[in-house]
Design a protein around this ligand. Sequence first.
Ligand SMILES: [Zn+2]
Ligand SMILES: [Zn+2]
Length: 66
Amino acid sequence: MIRHVEHCSNYNHSRPDAPVRYCPMCGEVVNAKVGQKPCSQDEHAKSRRNQLNFCVDCGEQLIKTS
Ligand SMILES: [Zn+2]
Ligand SMILES: [Zn+2]
């Protein structure tokens, strides 16, 4: 049995060319080829409404879990 590196269940991890830099669920870099871009509080608010734990553009944690 092949042991995979443990990633969360987000589909971006299984894609060789994910359209985003960061995984919205665990905040890991899924595609380093996608450039990091500064985002606004507006975009973060939108992502938060979409229940994303992390911003896919800058990797910032949006929803604090603790
Ligand atoms: Zn993930
Ligand atoms: Zn961001």
